[in-house]
Write a protein of this length. Structure first.
Length: 258
C-alpha cells in the first residue's frame, strides 16, 4: 500500500497506506547516516547568526485549508508527537550533534496550546535550557501574548509567518475567513513586544489580484519593517497539484493533470 510506480508504460497507484499510530512509534531520525558536513558550523541566514543547524518535525498536518497549500493532501489530518518525544528529538541533536539552532518544521507548531505548554515545561526542566535556540511557524490569527510568552520561555527567537497579502480581499480568497490583514499586523507587533523576531512571506500573482491589491501588499511590507519585522520575502503564486489553486489554474488551461 502507498506506492506509485510505472508498469508497462502506465502509472500504477496502490491504495492509501494506513496512518502510523501512534506517531511516537517512529524512531528518532537517523542523523548518523547524514553527511557529517551537514552539522558543520555555518552562517544561518534565518537566525542571522553562526552555529550548527538542525531540524525537527513534531507534528503532521494543518487544520486549515489554504487554496495554494498542499499540506492537507500530504498529511490529511493533524497528528502529534508527544511532548516527551519532542524533547528527545531536541536532546539528540544538541547532545550528539552539537546543534545550537533548531528549526521546527511543523506547518503549525502552536496549533495545540496545551501541548505547547507541556513541551515548554519539559524543556525548562531539562538541561537543554540555554543551549539551543529555535524558530517555528505559527499563524497570525493564533498569536497572542500567552503564545508569545510560551515561545519565549522555550528560547524561540524567530517566528516565520505566511502573511500572503496586504489586501483583505485577496487574503480571504487565499485563506478563508480565519485571518485578516489587521491580525497579521497585530501578530507582528505582539511578537516584537515580547522580543521575538518576525520574518514572513507574501505572494504576488493570485487570480483576480489587481495593481491596487499589489500596492496594498507593498504597503503591508512597509508596515512590517516599520514595526520590527526583520525579513520579508515574496513568492509568485505557483499551483501545486491536488490543491484548490491547481484546479483554478487547470480551468484556465495553464496546467493539466498529465
Amino acid at each position: 500500500d502507498g506506492l506509485v510506480f510505472s508498469q508497462d508504460s502506465n502509472i500504477r497507484v496502490t491504495k492509501t497506506r494506513k496512518f502510523i499510530e501512534p506517531l511516537d512509534s517512529i524512531p528518532l531520525p537517523a542523523w548518523h547516516l547524514v553527511n557529517k558536513n551537514y552539522f558543520k558550523r555555518n552562517a544561518l541566514v534565518t537566525f542571522g547568526e553562526f552555529g550548527r543547524h538542525g531540524v525537527i518535525l513534531t507534528s503532521r498536518g494543518c487544520p486549515y485549508n489554504c487554496v495554494f497549500c498542499s499540506t492537507r493532501k500530504l498529511w490529511y489530518k493533524v497528528r502529534f508527537h508527544s511532548p516527551e518525544y519532542v524533547l528527545n528529538q531536541i536532546a539528540d541533536l544538541v547532545y550528539n550533534y552539537k546543534v545550537s539552532h533548531i528549526q521546527i518544521w511543523d506547518d503549525l507548531f502552536v496549533v495545540n496550546k496545551e501541548r505547547l505548554e507541556n513541551i515548554v515545561s519539559l524543556f525548562e526542566d531539562s538541561s537543554l535550557k540555554g543551549r539551543v535556540k529555535f524558530n517555528c511557524q505559527p499563524r497570525a490569527n493564533l498569536i497572542n501574548d500567552e503564545i508569545c510568552e510560551l515561545l519565549k520561555r522555550m528560547d524561540c527567537k524567530i517566528v516565520l509567518l505566511g502573511f500572503e497579502s496586504g489586501s483583505d480581499r485577496i487574503l480571504k480568497y487565499l485563506k478563508g475567513d480565519n485571518v485578516t490583514v489587521e491580525q497579521n499586523k497585530n501578530a507582528i507587533k505582539t511578537c516584537v513586544k515580547h522580543g521575538i523576531k518576525v520574518q514572513g512571506s507574501v505572494i504576488f500573482g493570485s487570480p483576480t489580484e489587481t495593481m491596487e491589491d499589489k500596492q496594498k501588499t507593498l504597503d503591508f511590507i512597509d508596515f512590517a519593517y516599520a514595526n520590527g519585522a526583520n525579513r520579508i520575502w515574496s513568492f509568485v503564486m505557483t499551483p501545486f497539484p491536488a490543491t484548490k489553486m491547481w484546479e483554478i489554474v487547470k480551468e484556465k488551461g495553464a496546467v493539466s493533470d498529465d
